[in-house]
Design a protein around this ligand. Sequence first.
Ligand SMILES: Nc1nc2c(ncn2[C@@H]2O[C@H](COP(=O)(O)OP(=O)(O)OP(=O)(O)O)[C@@H](O)[C@H]2O)c(=O)[nH]1
Ligand SMILES: [Mg+2]
Length: 610
Amino acid sequence: MNDKFRNIGIIAHVDHGKTTLVDKLLREGGVYRANQAMEERAMDSMDLEKEKGITIKAKNASVHWGGKTINIVDTPGHADFGGEVERILGMVDGVLLLVDAFDGPQAQTRFVLKKALAQGLKVIVVINKIDREHADPHGVHDKVLELLLELHATEEQFNAPFIYASARDGYALKNLDDPHTGMTPLFETILQHVPAPKADPQSPFQMLISNLDWSDYVGRIAIGKITGGSIRIGDSIVCIHKGGRRERAAVTKVFEFSGLHSAESVVGEAGNIVGVSGFEDLSIGETLCDSEERQPVPFTELDPPTIQMQFAVNDGPLAGKEGKFVTARHIRERLYKEVRTNISLKVEDTEAPNIFLVSARGEMQIAILVEQMRREGYEVLVSRPEVILRFEAGRKLEPFETLWVEVPNECLGDTLQNLAARKAQIANMQHHPHSVGIECVIPTRGLIGLETDLVNLTSGRGVMSHMFKSYEPVCGEIMTRLTGTLVSMETGVATAWALNNIQERGRLFVGPQEEVYEGMIVGENPRAEDMPVNPTKTKHLTNMRSQGEGKGIQLEPPLKMSLERALEYIAADEYVEATPKNLRLRKKILNATQRKRASQSQQTVAEVAL
Ligand SMILES: Nc1nc2c(ncn2[C@@H]2O[C@H](COP(=O)(O)OP(=O)(O)OP(=O)(O)O)[C@@H](O)[C@H]2O)c(=O)[nH]1
Ligand SMILES: [Mg+2]
C-alpha cells in the first residue's frame, strides 16, 4: 500500500458530464492559479474532441487534495470508444460512475459499470446535473441500485456511496439539502472510499502498460500504475512483450502527472501513475519489470470489434492532388501505428497490396480515424462498414446488440416501422407522459444509419444507445438504402447547365465548377438503380446563340454529407474518397463497362475490385 496516492477513473454514458466534472476537480485541486483563466472541458485537448464536443481518448490528470496525490483518468462515454475505458481500468483503484439526474442510467452506464465491477473496483456513484429542470435524483438513485443488483455487484459494491452534483455549477453534495461547498464532499468521499493502491515500495519494480504516449524528445512513453517498487532514470529494466519476448533497456526519463500535464520526475513511486521512456517498441497490455525471470501482469482482454471496413489506396483520377501521403506504404504504416495505442482497433493486410481491413467497435470510431488521417495529409478510400461474421458448428453468426430508444409519443409509429425494417425484436416498451422508451434486440447491421434516421424521424428529439449483446445466427437481409445513385460517365468539370438537367432526376451532391470523374457519384436517384449522367456537358453552341442563354439557372445547393453520414450511406460496391480537402463518393469500379461486367459475373463485386 502507498497511502500517498489515490487513482480514480471517471466513467459514464456519453455527455453525462465527466469532462466538466474533471474541470472542477482540477480547479479545486489547485491546478489553476487564482486569477488564471480556465478552459472549459480542458481535458478534451484534441482538435476533434473540441469540435465534436465529445471525449475520444482516455487521458490522465492529477491534483493534490488533503495531502494526497489524486490521479484522475477521464474517459470517453461514446460506445465506440468503450475500449478506451476497458484499458484504463487496470490503472485505477476506484471509479466515479456519473449518471445524469434526468436521463438516468443508459446503455454505456451499464457497459462501463459492468467492466468496473468485474475488475473489483470501488465505485462512487455521482448523480450529476441535479440543476437540470425535471431532474429526478431520487428516482435515478433507485435505478442505479437496480442496475447494481442486475450486474451482480458484491454487497460492498452495492453499498456504494452516492454523491449529488452539478459539475457545471461546481458543487457536490452528500445529501441533497446540504449547503453548497464546492467539490469538497466529493474529494472527501474519494479519500475515504477509494483504497490506496496496492503497491509495495519494497518489492521489485513492476508496471502494466495501460496507455502509450509520444514525445519528440524522448520517443515512446509507456504509461501505467507502478504496482511494485520504484523506478529512476538510468535503471535497467525489462519489457515482457506479447508472446513472451523479453527486452532490456535503460530508463531515459520518468514522468508523473501534475495538473493537466506530465512533468519529469526523479523517481516513479509504487502506486503512482507514471510515464516511462526507454523502449521504442511497446504495446498496451505489456509489462515493465526488473528482471527477465518475472511473469507478465495479467491484462484483461478487450471486447472484440464487431464491424470492419476496407481502407484502400486512392486510385481515382484526382488522387494525390491534395494529400502528402497516398501510397499503400504510407497508409499501411499509419494504420499499424494507430493500433499500437488504439487497441480496440484491428488492422489486417489483405491479398491485395493496396487494400487493408480495419475492424472497430462502430462506424464513429473509424470515422474519427479517417478524419485524423485527412488532417495529417493522407488520402484514402473507405468502404461501407460490414459486420464481422463468425462461423460456429457450421452456422453463420452475426453480432446483435441491445438497443434503447426514447422517442416522443407522436413519433412512435414511424420509429417502430423503421426498427422493424432493421430486424429489431422489441423486448420492452415503457410509456412516459410525453415519450416512449423502447428496448429491443437488433443485429449490429441494423444499427448502421439508424442514428441519422432517428434524428430525421423525431426532429432531433429522439435518443438512442446500444450495447453489444451476443453473436447469434444471421437473421436475413436488411435494406439500408432504398435509393440508387447518379453516376458520372465523364471526367471533367461540372457545368451549371448539365447539373440543371441532372437535378430533375434527383438530388445533387456536386456543384458547378467542381471536378468530377467517371464512376464518381454526383447525386442520388430516388429509384433503386444507378443512372449514368454527364455533369460535364456544355450547351451546344450555335451561331444563333441568343443573349442570356445559360443564365438564370437555379441550382439546388448540393448535399454535402459528413464523413460518418457518407460511410453509412454508401453501398457495398462504393467507396468514400477522403482527401484533406474533399469527401467524394464513388463506385469501387470506375469504368462503366467493367462495372457492368463485374456485377453480371458470378464473382462478387468486392472480389473483382480487389
Ligand atoms: N445542466 C448541466 N449540464 C452539465 C452538467 N455537467 C455537464 N453538463 C453539460 O453536459 C454536456 C456534456 O458535458 P461533458 O463534460 O462533455 O460530458 P462527458 O461525459 O465528458 O461527455 P463524453 O466524454 O463525450 O462522454 C456539456 O454541454 C456540459 O456543459 C451539469 O452539472 N448540469
Ligand atoms: Mg468527456
